[in-house]
Every structure is written in C-alpha cells, then in structure tokens.
Design a protein around this ligand. Structure first.
Ligand SMILES: NC(=O)c1ccc[n+]([C@@H]2O[C@H](COP(=O)([O-])OP(=O)(O)OC[C@H]3O[C@@H](n4cnc5c(N)ncnc54)[C@H](OP(=O)(O)O)[C@@H]3O)[C@@H](O)[C@H]2O)c1
Length: 271
C-alpha cells in the first residue's frame, strides 16, 4: 500500500508506527507537515518521505489520510482540491467533519472513509469506528481497515450519523475512565490511604479489570455480579451508585456529548 498522510502529529505518528510494526506490506509512506521538527522526527524513525506541502505528499498515493486538526482541514482541502483523483481513497480521521463536507471541497469524486479512533491508538490499543461512502471498493475498505487495525480494534458502521455516538462513547471515552480512576483515587485518599497507594490501587484495578473483561467471554454484567456478594461490600457500593442514578447519569452524559458532536458537525452527515 502507498499512503500519503496530511498532518504528521500524534495520530499520524501512531498510525505510521503501528503500520510499520504490522504484518502488512507497506510500499510507500509520504507525510506532509509544516513543522520541520515533526518531519525530522518521522524521517529518523521510519522509512517515510516528508514534505512541507500537502500537494507533494499525495502524488501517486493509493490513499490519502487526512490527519490535521478540524480547524485546518478547509485550508488543506483547498490545497489539494485539484490534485486528488477519483481513484485515490481519502481516509479522514478528523473528528466531527462529515464526508459530505470533504467531498464538496474536492473537484474529483474520490471514495471517502471516515474514521473515529481514540487515544489508546497511540499505544496500539485503540478502537476505531469506520464508515465508508458507497463509492468505496472492497479493496479500498480493506486498505483503510488494514491501516486502522494496525493501531487496535475496528468496527464498521453503515450510518455516518452514528459516528457522533461513537465520538461520545469511545472517542471521548478515555476521559471518562480517567475521571473514574481520579474519583476512586480521591475517595481512597480521603478515607486514609496514602495518595500514591490510592492512585496505584485505582489505576491497576482499572487496568486489570478491563484486560480481564476484554480477554473473557463472560459479559461485564456477569463479571460484576461475580464480585458482588449479596450483603457484602461491593453491593453496598453498587446500591449507593444506583441510588444516585449512576446509569441515568452516564446515559445523560453520552447523550450530551453526542448532541455536542452533532452541533459541531453542523448536522450535515449523509445518513
Ligand atoms: N488525538 C486524539 O485522541 C484523536 C482521536 C480521534 C480523532 N482525532 C483527530 O485526529 C486529527 C489529528 O489529531 P492529532 O492529535 O494527531 O493532532 P496534532 O498532533 O496537532 O497533529 C496535526 C498535525 O498537522 C499539522 N498541520 C497543520 N497544518 C497542516 C497543513 N496545512 N498540512 C499538513 N499538516 C498540517 C500540524 O502541524 P502544527 O503542529 O505545526 O500545526 C500537526 O503536526 C484531528 O482532526 C483529531 O480530531 C484525534
């Protein structure tokens, strides 16, 4: 595969790193980034060709990955609008920008795959939701999947609008888990544990529980029940969470994040 990245920041670096570490054959990777330090960093670590201008990085590539911040995207699309061909696959990782907006900016009619990764992709443990417009061939879907899969798990969606829910759930999701760890840590400290001990207990409980749940065929409800002895300590905590309407609170939080994603996207998604 020959891939041109526009933007050589955190997410592009994570994908490039994972791609070269994966089993996939990588024929050519080119990156455009105005930042000389970012270019030097990438060229030092991987066999990539780096350019200052986006127009130089996309020539002859099978796929073009849009990996810039949302506020820079229009500028980038202006720069490449006459250069992209109908055969080049566009893979966008830009949060909240509908494929219709990208398509409207380009003169050709290239296939577009929109993705929503999350930050654990930086360590190869991300999960990315993907949506392909109808003009994407199977081979192009596979190419985009190979790229995103190298940084973790992937799921395909058949409705682009659902990416707003994904953004609320798994895109923002790491922050919710960090918040829970923070709350557990603070509670443990307030109840007398040394702060560093409370922090380690909270963090490693989160890590161990999530690895165990991922590796297990048992549903999380049952895993929770296995830890919850009737009349015991866990039940006392769960009942307190239920009394505080924990599940409804999480539901409201994800609904609020989804709504915010729709507002930011201008609610112009195709389907
Ligand atoms: N990080 C996440 O958790 C996450 C999750 C899901 C989706 N995303 C999406 O991924 C995209 C990239 O995020 P990131 O965290 O990788 O951002 P980032 O680290 O800021 O990377 C963006 C890079 O693009 C460069 N750039 C700016 N203008 C450019 C241009 N005209 N042509 C080429 N490159 C240009 C920036 O250079 P300068 O620094 O010099 O401006 C920067 O190196 C965003 O749209 C974000 O919404 C991120």
């Amino acid at each position: 595969m020959r891939i041109g990245f526009i933007g050589g920041g955190n997410m592009a670096t994570a994908l490039i790193s994972s791609l070269f570490a994966s089993r996939h054959v990588v024929d050519q990777v080119q990156v455009a980034d105005p930042n000389a330090e970012a270019r030097a960093f990438l060229q030092k670590r991987w066999p990539v060709a780096c350019y200052e201008q986006a127009s130089d990085a996309i020539k002859g590539m099978d796929a073009i990955v849009l990996a810039v911040k949302p506020q820079v995207l229009s500028y980038v699309l202006d720069e490449i609008q006459d250069l992209v061909t109908d055969q080049q696959l566009i893979i966008s990782i830009v949060a909240g920008i509908p494929t219709s907006k990208i398509a409207a900016h380009l003169n050709a009619n290239p296939p577009i795959v929109r993705t929503m990764p999350n930050t654990p992709a930086l360590i190869g443990l991300g999960i990315t939701a993907m949506y392909a417009r109808v003009n994407c061939s199977l081979a192009q879907r596979e190419l985009s999947q190979n790229l995103m899969e190298s940084a973790g798990e992937i799921v395909w969606l058949d409705k682009e609008k659902l990416l707003d829910v994904v953004t609320a759930l798994s895109g923002s999701g790491p922050a919710y888990f960090y918040y829970l760890v923070e709350c557990l840590r603070n509670a443990g400290t307030r109840l007398g544990l040394p702060a560093d001990v409370a922090a380690r207990l909270a963090l490693h409980t989160a890590h161990g529980s999530s690895v165990m749940a991922v590796q297990s065929d048992t549903d999380v409800i049952e895993l929770r029940q296995q830890v919850t002895t009737p009349g015991g300590t866990t039940q006392a905590a769960i009942e307190t969470l239920n009394d505080g309407h924990f599940e409804q609170l999480i539901d409201s939080a994800i609904t609020a994040a989804t709504r915010r994603g729709q507002e930011l996207a201008g609610d112009e998604t195709d389907s």
